[in-house]
Design a protein around this ligand. Sequence first.
Ligand code: 5AD
Ligand code: SF4
Length: 439
Amino acid sequence: MSEPKKLFIKTYGCQMNVYDSERMSEALGGQGYVETKTPDDADMILLNTCHIREKAAEKVYSELGRFKGLKAEKPDLKIGVAGCVAQAEGEEIMRRQPLVDLVVGPQSYHRLPEMEAKTRAGEKALDTDFPEEDKFEKLKNRPKAKRGPTAFLTVQEGCDKFCAFCVVPYTRGAEVSRPADRIIREAHDLVERGVREITLLGQNVNAYHGAGPDGDMTLAGLIWELNKVDGLERIRFTTSHPNDMADDLIEAHGTCDKLMPYLHLPVQSGSDRILKRMNRSHTAESYLRLIERIRAARPDIVMSGDFIVGFPEETEEDFQATMDLVEEVKYGYAYSFKYSTRPGTPAAERAQVDPAEADDRLQHLQALITRHQREIQDGMVGRTVRVLFEKPGRLPGQMVGKSEYLHSVHVKGPEIAVGDLKEVRITESGANSLAGELL
Ligand code: 5AD
Ligand code: SF4
């Protein structure tokens, strides 16, 4: 038998890219590749790129430039670019960086094996189509290897919302939901391989409307089906849009025992004027009322969100409205970003906020978020949580896992194994994690 070829994948960006990288690795596994942790001994390098913020494309070009030496030493080395930068730049990547052999957009990963073969024949391979077929169905030839206790599972992709700042509708395409039976089959398969917690992924996950046995299923319907899977202990989902928070999904947060009390629900801004310019189609008030209803269903839920500061035309007053909203919601986690221009999106054409001003706002917002985050985390001390243990901690004999609320929890105990789900009393709150002892 010939030596397996080595594949190095570098993943940027969101959890969906992490999931996609796993699928690409499995697809190329069928071509005789095994993954390696360094580009130095690779036969193929794939950059799975993200285009959401900052100078994404420029970073990819500079990263590619660094492979020049490797390629000179090893002419058989194939270099590919996948993900949203591949989708956005297309052929331009090969033009600007001739050492690239392969460019594949997120909707074409199932075509990787053929594309790889093409590169082996000395040709360039490019595919940034939005084909009709279900790529994940075609990517199914996965080996039955054991896995860690947590996994991502993509249920929905793309977005029809067209927020004025966002490239996702262009790079990931229109909203498409996978049929429920395929997702459930994949969940069973993950559980057989040791997974106990699944995070359902989608750019607009709560807009899920995949085909079920009796017509389209909602995300809540899908979650209830997954709730029946023996051996699966926890269900999470991300990322949601406020306008798709349907009644059955809100209710599931109160009644579905495997659905975890954590919800990522980006609002982006607290100013109605800016929300309108962002094309968000909700107001600060409607968002706050929505959170009230979610908290009525599940009072201990930990909320998380995303914010953009310095969106074009944002005034000090608009920013203050964002601070007020954050003050009212009190997020357990929140991700805030300085607006970054994405060519081709409507907001790119508008009057930009002074960058120094935007930096200043970002700092203030992050300080407030951090304070709330810390308060909520500190509030866990003395409480009993259930921890799903994921890996050994830094100290000897220590294990780390996640609570229901997604806090990292460190516990000492030689009797704990990866994949155990145990009751833990929280004794301490540190900078970024909790510590506790087994009950
Ligand atoms: N600039 C800054 N942040 C952005 N996001 C999306 N597009 C941009 C942009 N152009 C943020 C949003 C989104 C998160 C994934 O990234 O907050 O929810
Ligand atoms: Fe982008 Fe999310 Fe808006 Fe869709 S809903 S356009 S993915 S920010």
